[in-house]
Design a protein around this ligand. Sequence first.
Ligand SMILES: CC(C)(COP(=O)(O)OP(=O)(O)OC[C@H]1O[C@@H](n2cnc3c(N)ncnc32)[C@H](O)[C@@H]1OP(=O)(O)O)[C@@H](O)C(=O)NCCC(=O)NCCS
Length: 189
Amino acid sequence: MRRPNQIFQTKSGLTGTIATARGRDAKSLQTFRRALHSAAKHLNASAVEAHEGWWDVYSTLRRLQNDPKSMIAVARLAGRIVGEVQVRGARYRRLQHDVRLGLGVHHDFTQQGIGAALLSYAIEAMRSADGVKRISLAVHGDNIAAQHLYRKAGFAQEGRRKGAIGPIDARNDVVVDEILMALYLDDKG
Ligand SMILES: CC(C)(COP(=O)(O)OP(=O)(O)OC[C@H]1O[C@@H](n2cnc3c(N)ncnc32)[C@H](O)[C@@H]1OP(=O)(O)O)[C@@H](O)C(=O)NCCC(=O)NCCS
């Protein structure tokens, strides 16, 4: 799906762009994801578990390119990928009105409004996607920044999976809940 690019401003005054990722972005997206997973404490997969080869990233980008209910969009500052939003549509017809969202911003660029800009880009894209009625996501109970961001964009909590997220590593014993949230796109008719 060809979607219009968007310009955004960071809180420190830099100008960036958000655009749908293409096959040619596979290598830089792979580098971005490696950095994201190495630093983020609130993702399900560790950096090792999340590892994907360049070809896997490329194939996914190519496959999703023509799916109106899925997207991978990236935020760039000075040409470098600093954030990513993913929306995945469901395979089965009865589930296709409900898409699933994931979001990540490089740790050097958080708290700059990039997460909010990516989220708003994805929501607008799904508002114009035929048949999409809701956007769902799951977030760790201790991921306060992400929950704040989602609530601000209109997502509401729908459920809580108690103790669903295990400790981050063997030196840690903290188990957290998983919060289920959704945004209804009911104003588009
Ligand atoms: C969560 C994440 C996407 C946020 O991205 P970001 O670019 O920092 O987001 P923004 O700068 O647009 O907004 C962050 C908001 O959270 C707020 N925030 C940050 N830390 C906070 C905290 N501890 N408590 C409350 N609010 C907090 C910021 O103040 C800001 O809100 P504001 O605009 O009202 O001031 C980013 O931290 C990230 O990628 N984390 C790792 C991966 C991840 O957790 N992804 C989400 C999986 S569901």
